[in-house]
Design a binder for this molecule. Structure first.
Ligand code: RNT
Ligand code: ZN
Length: 417
């Protein structure tokens, strides 16, 4: 413990905040780390392009091309981040034996055995995502909402296979598996039938969820999106569609990705709204920039505001938090690490906010003082609390973590084909 920390701690204590307790609490809160930042959402089951209205831009050298490389990179990130990690996988990251291949409707737990071994060895849980994109059976841009019955069936079978794999992850790791359904289905231009695809999407998710699973172990989610690249005019999985689906289907969680709404809408305001109704919800934490939803997460205002809501709604155990972004224009390990550390900072900062005091001001209609207090809090020595959190996680409280990244780039990434 440093003198600087002691001084900072006293400043927070003057506002009634116990920074030791905040640090102690955060250390055990799991945050899901998305495997797909490591290889630009490519995976190991196809050679084709990334589709589904999402795009990675940039060609920074050193991307992971094999399971071994991706796992090594994830380990590097984990070693540089404070807090508790959970691994977030996509179905396209199945690992086949040499010469083996099965299509996505035939995936089995055994194709993820190596990931389970990886997770178990590190004592972490796994979240999962069926991959409804980057595949030849995406027909005319549609999967679960396709009018072509063979196409729709193929993707329903994929979803069912993913339920079985999610159950396997939870059983093996002892940690519930959040399984997120997101499809890129939609239309570039004005559709003639908006309801048909949604009715088919609804039926498809219901068919997927008819696959037996333990509701305590597998947490199915539905993620909405307002538009995608090439899918500007309409998405089958709009906000109203997915939210209503979750609300009307027992055990299904709404997943909000904060890059998936109109630019002036904020997920920080949606979190408390949903928590009034849902026992549990899920987040994809990202940073939207104009039309693009997937920039590296930073410690910015809306990120802080989202973390504040999770904390002040007393919902750290009701909100499954996952990162979701992909940047191929900078060192991918650094992108991953900056984003993970940003969410840790946002949570720690939220835990060091005198939420009860501020709520009291609001309830007493003391809005003048509320504004003043909220502004005063912004210049408290948060950096010292963060530094102490890093120390307690066995990490240096400076930016030497970046030296590690440069070293890894020179010794490992730059040698990749
Ligand atoms: C896309 C969605 C989705 C994906 C991942 C790869 O806009 O956010 O969650 O990013 O499934
Ligand atoms: Zn997302």
């Amino acid at each position: 413990m440093s003198t600087m920390y002691e001084l900072a701690k006293a400043k927070y204590a003057a506002f009634g905040v116990d920074t030791d307790a905040a640090i102690k609490k955060l250390i055990n809160i799991p945050v899901s780390l998305h495997c797909w930042q490591g290889d630009d959402v490519t995976g190991f089951d196809h050679d084709g392009p990334l589709t589904g209205g999402i795009q990675t831009t940039g060609n920074y050298p050193g991307k992971a091309r094999t399971p071994e490389q991706l796992m090594a990179d994830i380990d590097k990130v984990i070693s540089l981040c404070p807090g508790k990690v959970k691994l977030n996988l996509h179905a396209c990251y199945a690992i086949f034996e040499p010469g083996e291949y099965v299509d996505r409707d035939k995936l089995e737990p055994k194709h993820f055995k190596k990931w389970v071994e990886f997770a178990k060895a590190r004592g972490i849980g796994i979240d999962f995502n069926p991959t409804f994109f980057s595949h030849p059976k995406v027909k005319n841009g549609l999967t679960l909402s396709s009018p072509d019955e063979a196409t729709r069936r193929f993707w329903v079978e994929h979803g069912k296979a993913c339920i079985r794999i999610s159950q396997y992850f939870a059983e093996e790791t002892g940690v519930p598996c959040v399984m997120n359904i997101w499809i890129g289905d939609g239309f570039k231009d004005i559709p003639a039938d908006r309801m048909g695809p949604r009715l088919r999407y609804k039926q498809s998710i219901e068919e997927i969820l008819a696959e037996p699973f333990d509701k305590n172990l597998v947490k199915p989610c539905v993620e909405s999106k307002v538009f995608g690249i090439g899918v500007e005019s309409y998405t089958s999985g709009s906000a109203e569609f997915t939210l209503t689906f979750a609300a009307t289907h027992d055990g299904v969680l709404p997943l909000m990705d904060n890059g998936h709404y109109h630019p002036t809408e904020v997920v920080s305001d949606k979190i408390p709204a949903l928590l009034c109704y849902f026992p549990e919800i899920a987040l994809h934490i990202t940073r939207g920039v104009r039309w693009d939803s997937d920039h590296v997460l930073l410690f910015d205002d809306e990120t802080k505001e989202m973390a504040k809501e999770v904390v002040r709604c007393n919902a750290l155990d009701r909100v499954y938090m996952a990162l979701d972004y992909f940047d191929a224009s900078i060192n991918r390990i650094s992108a991953w690490t900056v984003g993970f550390r940003s969410w840790q900072k946002a949570l720690l900062s939220a835990l060091c906010t005198p939420n009860e005091m501020l709520k009291g001001l609001q309830d007493n209609a003391e809005f003048t003082k509320l504004m003043v207090m909220q502004e005063e809090l912004k210049t408290l020595p948060f950096g010292e609390i963060w530094a102490e959190y890093l120390r307690q996680n066995g990490l240096a409280d400076d930016c030497t973590w970046f030296d590690e990244i440069v070293k890894y780039e020179n010794e490992v990434l730059s040698k990749r084909a």
